[in-house]
Design a protein around this ligand. Structure first.
Ligand code: PBG
Length: 326
């Protein structure tokens, strides 16, 4: 055969492949989610997330030091609230001395350069397990937004670098930005979960925080997975309202959305490889059906290739280890 073009030339050796690789993962791409519990010297493996843990604050601080030492630049904090502090207002969420506020302070004190992001949503604090205040069986928007503003300000006060609203209420980004401005938190960023879908892939996370909705589902605020145009609308509105970083969630089943949003906005785009994505890989690997290490790198590279500048992933540590071995 006489061929004009032989595409395999660029694939013939590891060195050439490395030279022409279009997508390269690096530790700074990853945001490590952390689950924090009350107590001391406590570490609990999450049943549906084998190899992932909920830790008391003292051990969380240790973990953050280790993550920083590995080159990971950002952590995303989630706390597990005691049942007796949950109610329908979610007021524990802006308790000055709450676990989230203490955690932010302790982490920033121990590793000042680590970029600390905090989850902003009422579900861990809600007696109904919903992301907002419930009235007559409905999740009410505007009162919830007021609560989220209070929560964001209290995180900023504690020293959070970014607040990350994951609730999908309307108008919350603009309201949070205004609240931060009014309180002179002009350096606090907002990473908005802009296109967050009502997804079955959050199941294991809800086990981790005991935050499953007590009634119904989250479909009146999280997005319908049938929709694409709506994701662009949501994201553009969040950018207009003041989001510094936008997020798509989950990741792997939504690569098309990541790409469209990447093409549509001029702010950094992040994607959340959620708990169910983690659990699927772990389960298949345990059965011997998939090679865990290869699957992790392929999925993370694909999420980045789709357009994610940042990836929140429970595999952050593992991925850095694998990249160092490569
Ligand atoms: C809460 C929140 C959820 C996740 C992040 N923030 C769960 C939910 O919306 O029910 C899911 C993360 C994961 O599954 O890894 N607002």
């Amino acid at each position: 055969m006489i061929l004009q073009r032989r595409n395999r030339i660029l694939r013939q050796s590891p060195a050439i492949r490395a030279m022409v690789a279009e997508t390269i993962l690096q530790p700074a791409d990853f945001i490590a989610p952390l689950f924090i519990d009350e107590g001391e010297n406590l570490v609990t493996e999450i049943a549906s997330m084998p190899g992932y843990y909920r830790r008391s604050l003292d051990l969380t601080v240790k973990e953050v030091k280790e993550l920083w030492g590995m080159g990971i630049k950002s952590v995303l904090l989630f706390i597990k609230c005691k049942d007796e502090w949950k109610d329908n207002t979610g007021k524990e969420a802006w308790n000055k001395h709450g676990l989230m506020q203490r955690s932010v302070k302790a982490i920033k004190e121990a590793v000042p350069e680590m970029v600390v992001m905090t989850d902003v949503a009422l579900d861990p604090y809600s007696s109904y397990g919903h992301d907002g205040i419930v009235k007559n069986g409905e999740i009410v928007n505007d009162e919830t937004v007021e609560a989220l503003v209070r929560m964001s300000i209290s995180h900023a006060e504690a020293g959070a670098d970014f607040v990350a609203p994951s609730d999908m209420m309307d108008g919350r980004i603009g309201a949070i930005r205004e609240g931060l401005e009014e309180h002179h938190f002009t350096k606090t960023g907002i990473m908005s979960y802009s296109a967050k879908y009502a997804s079955c892939f959050y199941g294991p996370f809800r086990d981790a925080l005991d935050s499953a909705p007590g009634f119904g589902d989250k479909k009146t605020y999280q997005m319908d997975y049938a929709n694409r145009t709506e994701a662009i609308k949501e994201t553009i509105i969040d950018v207009e309202e003041g989001a510094d970083i936008v997020m798509i969630k989950p990741a792997l089943a939504y690569l098309d959305i990541i790409r469209e949003i990447k093409n549509a906005v001029d702010v950094p785009v992040s994607a959340y490889q959620v708990s169910g994505e983690y659990a699927m890989i772990k389960a298949a690997a345990k059965m011997g059906w998939l090679n865990e290490e290869k699957t992790i790198l392929e999925c993370l590279t694909s999420i980045k290739r789709a357009g994610a500048d940042l990836i929140a992933t429970y595999f952050a540590k593992e991925a850095v280890r694998l990249l160092n071995e490569k």
